[in-house]
Design a protein around this ligand. Structure first.
Ligand code: PEP
Ligand code: CO
Length: 447
């Protein structure tokens, strides 16, 4: 990090993917307000996550980072937060129990409101409109008014993130995530499916193991790890004004932390080495991630590793490969090898979603479950061939019974995509498909 780094030094650099706010003075006011509100997370928690990710970098744990493509102001309820948490807990249990590897749980949640777009405008029913950029910028309704960026949304995003995080903390520390409740995370619409039944059998084995330990005289009540889970938050650090406003100096160490989430990542479209997003992440001490798409070169990855983790701290940097199933076996080997040769410790995670999106005949964006699984399999092959630990999964999912991705679990067909397609952005795995994916990855981890 440059000696002169401040939370606002990114402003001197080229920056892409920022909204064109119609009233800059109103943006300044919103950011000023956000700079005065309480932080959402503490520096010490972010450091805990770095330590946990350090275990992943060392091959002793697995990262599960999952949640919505874009959280929504309109779909905001205790039930939807709880159901998302249930799926993530289920996936973590499947992965841990089947592979014996601890799972670091990170949600794309409590702040995942801003979206990068390939184009500034889109045509809806013959009308050219500004693109939807996430609910912290504009609304997804296809009218010019709804699509006009409104900085008050930044403040609303902060408040929704605060309420979401509050509930997540209550759920994960207040009994809901207790391992004795492992059966109750299986939702009704999942129970009857093959994945749901497989999960129930596994949950039964966990019950028996706990009964056995109790019978051996082990006091399970005293084992905090059985009754609570550590659950961390993350989102794409896209709107740098928002991130800057929530960046605070840690009173303990004097270092800067972006207190909008425990972990921040930058996307495929904002990872230019000399641009603002990399410069911003460079100065905050949170664990950070960078997406690497099929255009990523070994040299670019090495430069990012050196820039974002010069002190070589295990867990500081996660590379999230999102090559697409067709590319991962060709492009990733060179990138992984170059980073391994350079020596910076990184977590290697696989996002098998964003390289595999296509438009179905009815115009819906979708992804095929088997292709998603194939990209993960390719990722494991590449990592293993290079002697690096395939450390994590980064995916888009929901606890709802949506029909957004094709195949898997209950075999969603193309003709069914309209039945319950509610994503404000990219297609997500439903709870059955997510569970199915966890079982597939558990098999990959075992072999
Ligand atoms: C995303 O994670 O929703 C996203 C836009 O990803 P990427 O930057 O990899 O395209
Ligand atoms: Co997405």
């Amino acid at each position: 990090m440059a000696q002169t780094w401040t939370p606002s030094s990114w402003r001197d650099l080229p920056v892409v993917q920022q909204p064109v706010w119609p009233d800059p003075a109103a943006v300044q006011l919103a950011e000023k307000h956000l700079a005065s509100v309480p932080p959402l997370v503490f520096a010490g928690e972010a450091r805990q996550l770095t330590t946990a990710l350090g275990e992943v970098a060392a091959g002793r744990a697995f990262l599960l980072q999952a949640g919505d493509c874009a959280e929504s102001f309109s779909d905001f309820s205790a039930d939807s937060i709880r159901d998302k948490l249930k799926v993530i807990l289920q996936m973590a249990v499947v992965l841990t129990y089947s592979s014996g590897v601890p799972v670091v749980k990170v949600g794309r949640i409590a702040g995942q409101f801003a979206k990068p777009r390939s184009s500034d405008t889109e045509v809806v029913a013959g009308l050219e409109l500004p693109s939807f950029r996430g609910h912290s910028v504009n609304d997804d309704l296809p009218t010019a008014e709804a699509r006009t960026p409104d900085p008050q949304r930044l403040v609303q995003a902060y408040h929704q993130a605060a309420a979401t995080l509050n509930l997540l903390r209550a759920f994960t520390k207040g009994g809901f995530a207790d391992l004795s409740r492992v059966h109750t995370w299986n939702q009704q619409f999942v129970t009857a499916s093959p994945q749901g039944r497989r999960y129930d059998r596994l949950a039964g084995e966990i019950d028996r193991a706990m009964t056995f330990m109790r019978a051996c005289g082990i006091d399970l009540d005293r084992e905090a790890g059985l009754h609570q889970v550590d659950f961390f938050t993350s989102h794409e650090a896209l709107l740098l004004g928002y991130e800057e406003a929530l960046t605070r100096r840690d009173s303990l160490t004097g270092e800067w932390y972006d207190c909008s989430a425990h972990m921040l990542w930058i996307g495929e479209r904002t990872r230019q080495i000399d641009h603002a997003h990399v410069a911003f992440l460079d100065g905050v001490r949170n664990p950070v991630g960078v997406k690497l798409g099929p255009q990523a070169t070994p040299e670019a990855a090495v430069e990012l590793a050196r820039r974002l983790n010069p002190e070589r701290i295990p867990g500081r940097l996660t590379f999230i490969s999102r090559m697409g199933a067709g590319q991962v076996r060709h492009v990733l080997p060179g990138v992984v090898q170059a980073v391994a040769d350079e020596g910076t410790p990184v977590v290697w995670a696989c996002d098998p979603m964003h390289g595999n999106t296509f438009s179905a005949a009815n115009g819906r964006k979708t992804r095929r479950f088997e292709v998603v699984v194939d990209e993960v399999a390719g990722f494991f092959e590449v990592c293993r061939a290079a002697g690096v630990w395939p450390g994590g999964l980064h995916c888009e999912l929901t606890g709802d019974d949506v029909t957004e991705c094709l195949g898997g679990g209950e075999d969603v067909l193309e003709a069914q995509l309209d039945v319950n397609y509610t994503s404000a952005c990219d297609p997500r795995l439903n709870a059955r498909q997510s569970l199915d994916l966890a079982f597939r990855i558990a098999e990959l981890l075992r072999t």
